[in-house]
Design a protein around this ligand. Structure first.
Ligand code: AMP
Ligand code: ZN
Length: 488
């Protein structure tokens, strides 16, 4: 059996053959550090951590180089710095935003059992490399200057669109040409743009400015992994435009046929069918889930979130729900009970062949977990089987090096509690994003019910309007209760 992975580039499962088995190289796009990571962002961190562990197992711990970057140049970061640190010089404010967010990210992913990549480069440390790559692109006829920007010329790359399988003609047809009059082709994208005096910027041959988003990853991957490497990963949303453009820049700058041989993309974590994202407001941060009682009224251990992710294979969407977390928790509860008198770090043997084989099939974590579950009964009566169970879980990044007793002491929900919490959870997440306390809504609704009982319709309408002004819509139910939801 060999490792096979689904390659977005060819849209097929392929056998994995590294360029150099002594140095298997993987690059994964990491977070833009302007705000705390949400649990959707945790998915690529966890998925590629499992792959990293598998590669280390296959090729040896010292023969894998994993790079996950930190995007610390971005207009969203600037906006956040201005908002959060008024009066502080912009560069200092930016540093504060990126440092706090970066530190939190490290804590978050560590709590989720992710190993540290060999390199976590930051865009701000690679500006000089970006300038030289842009110069190379201009020199090779793949980029041009227009109105204070340096743009990548998609028309000069005959097979632009190979990753997302988009044809350039299709992109042009739908584009708004007038807005982009300075571009040769509406699909041309920014490599460098000039900064206003109050904006962060670096000196360059094209004036004081800052890089576009895509060029960062082309440069950071090259710096640590070379011009061509093995695996490039990230979430589905990155295929276009981010990865398409990274690939275009790197290939055109280096004159290579490929940038990475295998492109892997994890599916979305969804809430009620929609991608969890900052802009939709339907998100919960990793830290909130782990350290506060904002989701379902309680804290959740990192192992639970990790398992909740791995129960579904990485390319499929995950519908995030309380039911999923409790299902994961119950499995972990069973394993904790079996391993309660053991210290998992003592389990040094390699993982079971069945677990490794399951992962060989495009990281079939679900099959690996099914195998692990099938060993539960045996491990209750055999110390050797318990050691294997611990080793298998450890291989998947669970219970890395601690006793499991803590888990058994956690409070649990009854089925009834679960039901009532489940219906609240999503809208509470959304209300939290609007900065509205749930209590403020429920108090208002109670006051309105009182007003209605007293037939004080004016007061009842006033409260309805006030809630509407906050972004909350209410609905009077037949049974006399009133429910609410966040207006979209
Ligand atoms: P960002 O900070 O938004 O650039 O995202 C960091 C990483 O998280 C990227 O690999 C994204 O593709 C991934 N990502 C963002 N939202 C989700 C989601 N809801 N589900 C899965 N992956 C996501
Ligand atoms: Zn990237």
């Amino acid at each position: 059996m060999t490792l096979r992975i689904y390659n977005t580039l060819t849209r097929s499962k392929e056998e994995f053959t590294p360029l150099d088995p002594k140095n298997v190289r993987m690059y994964v796009c990491g977070p833009t550090v302007y705000d705390f990571a949400h649990i959707g962002n945790a998915r690529p961190a966890i998925v590629f951590d499992v792959l990293y562990r598998l590669l280390r197992h296959l090729y040896g711990e010292n023969h894998v180089t994993y790079v996950r970057n930190i995007t610390d140049v971005d207009d969203k970061i600037n906006a956040r710095a201005l908002r959060d640190y008024p009066g502080v010089p912009l560069n200092d404010a930016i540093r504060r935003v990126t440092e706090t967010t970066y530190e939190q990210y490290q804590k978050d992913v560590t709590a989720l059992g992710c190993l540290r990549p060999e390199f976590q480069p930051r865009a701000t440390e690679h500006i000089a490399g970006m300038i030289s790559m842009i110069e190379a692109l201009i020199a090779r006829g793949h980029a041009y200057q227009a109105e204070g920007e340096v743009l990548f010329d998609v028309g000069a790359m005959p097979d632009y669109g190979q990753l997302s399988h988009r044809k350039l003609d299709e992109q042009v047809a739908g584009a708004r040409v007038a807005v982009d009059a300075h571009k040769k082709n509406p699909a041309d994208f920014v490599l460098w743009k000039q900064s206003e005096p109050h904006e962060p910027g670096w000196e360059s041959p094209w004036g004081r400015g800052r890089p576009g988003w895509h060029i960062e990853c082309s440069v950071m991957s090259k710096a640590h992994l070379g011009e061509v490497f093995d695996i490039h990963g990230g979430g589905l949303d990155l295929i276009f435009p981010h990865h398409e453009n990274e690939l275009a820049q790197s290939r055109c700058a280096h004159g290579t046929k490929v940038m990475a041989n295998y492109w892997m993309h994890n599916g979305f974590l969804q809430v009620e069918g929609q991608k969890m994202s900052k802009s939709l407001g339907n998100f919960v941060t990793i830290s909130e889930l782990l350290n506060t009682e904002k989701f379902g009224g309680r804290k959740w251990p990192g192992e639970v979130l990790r398992l909740a992710m791995l129960m579904t294979n990485y390319r499929e969407p995950i519908d995030f729900s309380l039911a999923r977390l409790t299902e994961a928790e119950s499995k972990i509860g069973t394993w904790s009970e079996i391993l309660q008198n053991e210290t998992t770090k003592n389990f040094v043997q390699p993982p079971s062949a069945d677990v490794v084989q399951a992962l060989y099939d495009d990281l079939n974590t679900n099959a690996a977990l099914e195998f692990i579950s099938s060993c539960e009964t045996g491990s209750r009566s055999s110390a050797a089987a318990r050691a294997q169970l611990g080793a298998d879980l450890g291989f998947l990044g669970m219970f890395p090096d601690r006793e499991v007793q803590w888990f058994l002491d956690l409070p649990r929900f009854s089925q009834d509690e679960m039901q009532s919490i489940r219906s609240r959870v999503v809208k509470e997440m959304q209300a939290n994003r609007l900065g509205i306390e749930i209590e403020a809504i429920t108090t208002q609704i109670a006051a309105r019910l009182e007003a209605r009982k007293a037939k004080n319709w004016a007061e009842s309408d006033r409260i309805r309007d006030e809630l509407a002004g906050m972004g909350i819509a209410i609905k009077d139910n037949k049974d006399g209760t009133t429910s609410w939801e966040v207006k979209r």
